[in-house]
Design a protein around this ligand. Structure first.
Ligand code: HEM
Length: 338
């Protein structure tokens, strides 16, 4: 368990450090964020205007109401019990804006809580309890090992194997997806925060934990035949219909870490059976009718936290901040698309 939260270093200050080159980089940014995004583009393809990851997505809006248990754990105004507006984005993993909806793999739930007094809380959650790399360096190595050879247009199997043999945990997320059915809907799958965070209450007490957004209506998967029959484009309309019918909500649940638990690794879930408390309910109230909406210009940066929630020293967590900003800058410059 990591009781020492890292300090949030403003992006501007980091930029200054990078520009002068006189000081060493903070550990989280030991990987140059432009090199990281370049590697994503070279391996996964470059689709102008789109997010370099989670490219196929849709904006929605929602409302979050925090619970008494949430208030007991954290002083964050998100848990006041008053409804909080949320800018939501659902997406399929990967860089391809035409990704198939009926394949196994990553689905994302990204949230921006617009809190009183201009405070903002951003997060990007995925439908797996673990991520595919433990550090930014490992993610970069994995992405670079998968880069297609210009001659064969395929990754070099020897390079892929060598990387995986040396870094076996990069396979855990893919194994989890393979073990699960294709999600029947964006509204019917669990979304994990994957990182640990500390919840700090009014008395200054900190409880560490990992969160999950669990659909109030339950988890629903498709058989292989059903997935084939649904075809590659069904998630947006399915979501619109379900939200119109008023039935899309998620419990924001926190699994409580105990002393000794590993809380600072995105590849290590908390042990089975940890106590789970409900922090409140997120209801999705509207879905964009088209590719526009309030999420287009948002980068869901998990280091943007409210007072009452602190990060752990998971290197992947701080490591997301700068590449997200690079991806945002590139896609805005190209004309941001959904
Ligand atoms: C250093 C590690 C990581 C890098 C370099 C990275 C890179 C990216 C990039 C470039 C984007 C697009 C940002 C934008 O254009 O707004 C993105 C989106 C996303 N990432 Fe990561 N990522 C990392 C780790 C993670 C982890 C650990 C998770 C697990 C929760 C995650 C979940 C997501 C989600 C949910 C989105 C979609 C957000 C949206 O809808 O805008 N990422 N990532």
């Amino acid at each position: 368990m990591s009781p020492t939260p890292i300090r949030h270093i403003p992006l501007l200050a980091a930029g200054a450090v990078l520009a002068t080159g006189l000081l060493s980089l903070p550990a989280a940014w030991a990987v140059d964020p432009n090199r990281m995004v370049d590697a994503f583009e070279a391996t996964n393809g470059k689709f102008e205007g789109f997010r370099r990851s989670g490219a196929k997505g849709i904006c929605a809006t929602g409302e979050f109401v925090g619970s008494a248990q949430g208030r007991a754990l954290s002083a964050a105004s998100a848990f006041s019990g008053n409804p909080v507006p949320v800018v939501v984005r659902f997406s399929v993993g990967g860089a391809n804006p035409n990704a198939a909806d009926n394949g196994k793999g990553q689905r994302n739930l990204a949230l921006q809580f617009d809190l009183p007094n201009g405070e903002v809380w951003q997060m990007g959650n995925i439908n797996a309890p673990v991520f595919g790399a433990a550090t930014p360096e490992q993610l970069l190595g994995r992405v670079e090992s998968l880069r297609p050879d210009p001659a064969t247009k395929a990754a070099d199997p020897a390079k892929v194997k060598a990387f995986v043999d040396a870094n076996p945990e990069v396979l855990m997320q893919g194994r989890y997806f393979a073990s699960q059915p294709v999600p029947a809907s964006y509204a019917s799958v669990n979304y994990w925060g994957v990182h640990g965070f500390g919840f700090v209450n009014d008395k200054g007490q900190t409880q560490y934990g990992k969160w999950i957004f669990e659909p109030v209506g339950g988890v629903q998967g498709l058989s292989d035949e059903e997935a084939k029959a649904r075809g590659p484009q069904f998630l947006f309309d399915d979501l619109r219909q379900r939200v119109k019918a008023g039935g899309v909500a998620f419990n924001f649940n926190l699994e409580l870490a105990q002393p000794g638990d590993t809380i600072n690794k995105a590849t290590v879930p908390l042990p089975e059976g940890r106590q789970k408390v409900n922090l409140g309910v997120l209801k999705i109230t509207a879905v964009s009718p088209d590719a526009t909406g309030p999420c287009v210009g948002v980068t869901y940066n998990p280091m943007i936290l409210p007072k009452g929630v602190v990060p752990t020293d998971d290197p992947m967590l701080a490591g997301r901040a700068a590449p997200y900003a690079v991806s945002l800058g590139r896609r805005l410059g190209e004309g941001a698309k959904q």
